[in-house]
Design a protein around this ligand. Sequence first.
Ligand code: 3NM
Length: 210
Amino acid sequence: MDSRLYLITGTDFLKNRSLLDTVAAAIEGGADCVQLREKNASSRQLLQMAIDLRKLTAKYNVPLIVNDRVDIALAADADGVHLGQDDLPIDIARKMLGPNKIIGISTHNVEEAIEAERAGASYIGVGPFKPTSTKTDTQPVVGLAGIRQIRQAVSLPIVAIGGIQQPDVSDIIQSGANGVAVISAIMAADDVLAAASGIRAAVDRVRGGA
Ligand code: 3NM
């Protein structure tokens, strides 16, 4: 699961536009993976959003990942789940989802990254890259040095996350991350398509043609 621009939803940031239109514009701009993450939604609301996003992402052939909720991922036939360190363990999620689904996990240091690889994660999130107000209970900032250390410790795809804006992207990819995950840089942008294509182009400039 080698994503270059991994979009995470955040309906709190939407300004008078729909989630589906916003995600579609981000995909048009170059997002190649979408994660449904809505901490304040009920199970029923999450399920509906997952079903709607499944239809949209299928049209673009982009994977859909559900944050935390293996049940919602299964019910909506999403491509996988993204787990936090306090969510279900990877081996249990794997049993529930079967061999072909994507399982990502948030990691914050070398030890967690090595354990994720041992447990069979498909990719790891590494963060927070910078301070962010989007998530309140973050771990200490990892910065470029943290990304480099984790890159040396594991061969899993790395998606950097946390406070990332377009000017950060080049250094992040040069430090060994495969891609970047963003919420506010895209969800809160005035021009979603332009924001996404700017970030995606910055990844592609370091990694080479997509
Ligand atoms: N996880 P934004 S930081 C969801 O460090 C999330 O694991 C993080 O939002 C981690 O792009 C974060 O708006 C928030 O900063 C990312």
